[in-house]
Design a protein around this ligand. Sequence first.
Ligand SMILES: [Mn+2]
Length: 359
Amino acid sequence: MKLLHTADWQLGLRLNFVPGEQAARLRAQRFDTVRHLAELAREHAVDAVVVAGDVFDDNGVGADSIQQARDALRTFGDIPVVLLPGNHDPATPDSALARLGELPGAVHVATAREAISLAGGEVYPCPLTSRHTYEDAADWLPERSDRDKVRVVVAHGGALQFGEETEAPNRLDVDRMLARGYDYVALGDWHGTFEVNARAWYAGAPEATRFKEKRPGNALLVEIAEPGSTPAVEVIPVARTQWLTEEVELAGDDDIDHLAEQLDALPEKSWTLLELTLRGELSLAGRARLDELIEDYTERLALLRVREDAVSAAPTPEDLAALHGEGYLGRAIAALRDSEDPVDADALRMLYRLSQEVA
Ligand SMILES: [Mn+2]
């Protein structure tokens, strides 16, 4: 049996921390990524695609997201697609998956705890019927009585340290599932690609949803030669968006050139989201250049979030020579220069910058 294992599409994700137009682009991209997954499924001639929960980010997504999902799902053609309700889109009466209505092609919404028979094997879904549950969603899985076909579990929840964090909901006991004789457990919930063991993987989100996620942006091609054999799992990068976190030390103005080179070297900048933490010491002229650089890339990247509290800027003699004013302005500059107050230092930087813009 050959599967494309994916999860956590989070369709309709609002991305409220991204400014308006860029957020709309990123929201739309998630549906294109689904189409890309359909291309991959065809290219690798898989028997089925399993989506291990969180197809939608929320059961309250609008009719626009539902329609875009329906259209994207149509591109899988006659390849069976199993959609599992996760904690973000549980099988409740207002379920977004249920609102998909009549489904295109061979799409199964796995709201029932019953095996789905497909060419090549059987898929055993463990749907979540509420956002948080303390029951074992995999409890229903029958013990395997024969080895006549490949059997795969699809589940959504936390499989790590089962039983250790008793307060966390949606726990999954992977060892217990495997002990019942399943060949592979296709997991969702954790947004990074992660191998729990040779028979249980988190596919991770095909497009990241936050900066903190480790190793998102993939789908898994899973091949199980015959019942009982160890799955061969290939990690396939599928993400359009790149979410990067960088820390840069600016030991002086020259380091701004290095930062500029680093930013210039980013591939596909319009699909890059960057969280940049800066620290160091600059001259006022350097600080002004840094501000310009940040402004430029704030417009060019899908998102640039800069943490720059740890960048201090002190005027050099050249900076001060360049700053001159008459009358009231001159007195204000002199007072700011002599002050120890960081607010005054900011004001001096702004004055410097204004004077550069006027000049
Ligand atoms: Mn998720």
